[in-house]
Design a protein around this ligand. Structure first.
Ligand SMILES: [Zn+2]
Length: 173
């Protein structure tokens, strides 16, 4: 008789407490605000491994790098894949202050991200429910845990005020 040993058990992303989620979001909002003051859309993202250690970090650099791919989530993904030495993220968690756009949501699905946590919903470009839900689209090939609304009001205000300020500045030029 052959007994198959399943020593390689399936790994799950870390389950973060409400307090921990808020702590991470607070840090991200501080970083995002700093980036916003420098002219980028204020978005920052981190990726945590299965033990909750930060293995990737990114902020929006689209303007600075003239790179349409310069979104916080993608920059964090690139860094984390180097550290992890793997492109699969089933046991990892991405936290970001704004709901990911279709490009980033697609990349997170391709990377098999285990869990995504975000602050504000994006009713204009959000791809995890704001405009479309790619995680539930038939092209999505794995289950992703998604939780939203972490420090929602602060997250929403940061984005809304940034765009408001930008409109005032461009009107005065
Ligand atoms: Zn994006």
């Amino acid at each position: 008789m052959i007994i198959f040993k399943t020593s390689k058990k399936l790994t799950e992303p870390i389950s973060l407490s409400h307090r921990k989620k808020n702590e991470w979001m607070k840090r991200l909002l501080t970083r995002a605000k700093h980036v916003g003051d420098g002219g980028e859309v204020p978005i920052a993202a981190v990726i945590l491994d299965i033990k909750g250690r930060c293995i990737g970090y990114g902020v929006n650099k689209r303007e600075k790098m003239n790179d349409p791919l310069g979104h916080a989530e993608l920059i964090a993904l690139r860094q984390a894949s180097l550290i992890k030495d793997d492109w699969r993220f089933n046991d990892c968690t991405l936290i970001v202050n704004l709901e990911p756009c279709p490009m980033c949501a697609g990349a997170l699905i391709q990377a098999r991200m285990g869990q995504v946590i975000f602050g504000a919903e994006d009713p204009k470009r959000g791809a995890f429910g704001g405009t479309i839900n790619l995680a539930e689209h038939k092209s999505a090939h794995h289950n992703m845990l998604i939780s939203k609304g972490v420090l929602e009001e602060e997250s929403r205000k940061l984005i809304v005020n940034w765009f408001k300020d930008k409109r005032i500045i461009s009107k005065n030029i």
